[in-house]
Design a protein around this ligand. Structure first.
Ligand SMILES: Cc1ncc(C[n+]2csc(CCOP(=O)(O)OP(=O)(O)O)c2C)c(N)n1
Length: 360
């Protein structure tokens, strides 16, 4: 690691679960360009966002490689291209808050502070994984960080989030539940039931919709009569806002406004993040439903190089520091792979443990 990187303490912190999630963003080291609302990204904060997005990107690239080699099996849905959403939104949550996500949740898990080692071990199906190897890619769970999945059912997380928020409200716990889901979930009954009850009972839920334009191979216009997703939330009297999901800082600012309102007891809020997945829906998708040129156009807006360029151009971050961030991420991934490789398989005799069945 370079002296410069070491001096910032940023790269060296190994920041997982250190509590910075609750700390809000620093505006002290001002120097970079302002966001749309005129707030500058502090140097340290910009680096933090970049570091977190890179961890997710490189982690998933490694997972894709391991999947192709047959080391990781089952399903694998990559979040590549959408990292700014999870990273930006997660900055606004405290450790006490809860997070509910989908089957495309590696990014949310890492941004929330789950250990990369335990996440990688889960991908391998090893006992040391965060779901003890029973969940795999789609069912990442971690009580310590209040990460409630990982859910293979489209829109399945929304009623869970409403239930968590109802419990908090009844027990007067000042916490927020952040629920991430895709545009496809908005066409499900569970979305409508969840928004209705959350609005009616003024529950502390952040409904965070990642609109990447596609639900598997179906483009949004082919599946939904109303493509203005905010209008759907507003029909339940849930205040809604759409934001550029390719800009981590814009995501953070919009989510912070919404989270603050929810915390103050104003009831649920809805945000539509306009984003795009660069990879196929899953590893089994030939992507016959979209033009390569569309993918390439969106890649021009890749949130990671965009933020790196913004920090570099504003002169607050040097090339050396940026490559030190890359190095530290590569190191962390190598360690996670080694941890997973060294992990153990659950003995066959234990496979019926925790399963609702009578032992033979
Ligand atoms: C209730 C239900 N219906 C159908 C499926 C099959 N399915 C898996 S992913 C998916 C698309 C969901 O798209 P979206 O919610 O936009 O999320 P994205 O994959 O784009 O992140 C579908 C239909 C499912 N898992 N659950």
């Amino acid at each position: 690691m370079s002296t410069e990187a070491a001096a910032t303490g940023h790269v060296a912190t190994g920041y997982v679960a250190t509590g910075y999630v609750a700390s809000g963003f620093s505006r002290t080291n001002v120097g970079s360009q302002p966001d749309a609302a005129g707030h500058p990204i502090g140097r340290d904060h910009g680096l933090r966002l970049l570091h977190e997005m890179l961890r997710i990107r490189r982690f998933e690239e490694k997972c894709a490689e391991l999947y192709s080699a047959g080391t990781i099996r089952g399903f694998l849905h990559l979040y590549i291209g959408e990292e700014a959403v999870a990273v930006g939104a997660m900055q606004t949550l405290s450790r006490e808050d809860a997070v509910v996500a989908t089957y495309r949740e590696h990014g949310h898990a890492l941004a929330r502070g789950l250990s990369m080692d335990r996440l990688m071990a889960e991908m391998y199906g090893k006992r040391e994984g965060c779901s003890h190897g029973r969940g795999g890619s789609m069912h990442v769970f971690d009580a310590a960080t209040r990460f409630y999945g990982g859910n293979a059912i489209v829109a399945g997380g929304l009623p869970i989030a409403v239930g968590l928020a109802l419990a908090d409200k009844l027990q007067q716990r000042p916490r927020v539940t952040a629920c991430f889901f895709g545009d496809g979930a908005v066409a499900e009954g569970a979305f409508h039931e969840s928004l209705n009850l959350a609005a009616l009972w003024k529950l502390p839920v952040l409904f965070l919709c990642e609109n990447n334009l596609y639900a598997m191979g179906t483009r949004i216009e082919r599946a939904q009569s109303q493509t203005d997703l905010c209008a759907k939330a507003q029909s339940y009297l849930v205040p809604a806002e759409a934001v550029d999901g390719m800009d981590a800082f814009a995501v953070e600012c919009a989510t912070r406004r919404a989270a603050d309102a929810v915390r103050q007891g104003a009831g649920p809020r809805f945000i539509e993040y306009r984003t795009y997945r660069f990879r196929a829906h899953s590893m089994f998708d030939a992507e016959l439903y979209r033009d390569k040129s569309e993918v390439e156009t969106w890649k021009q807006r890749d949130p990671i190089p965009a933020l790196a360029a913004r920090l570099r151009e504003s002169g607050v971050v040097s090339e050396t520091l940026l490559s030190a961030v890359e190095d530290s991420v590569a190191e962390e991934i190598a360690e996670a792979v080694a941890f997973a490789e060294a992990g153990s398989w659950e003995p066959v005799a234990d496979l019926l443990n925790d399963v609702y069945t009578v032992r033979p």
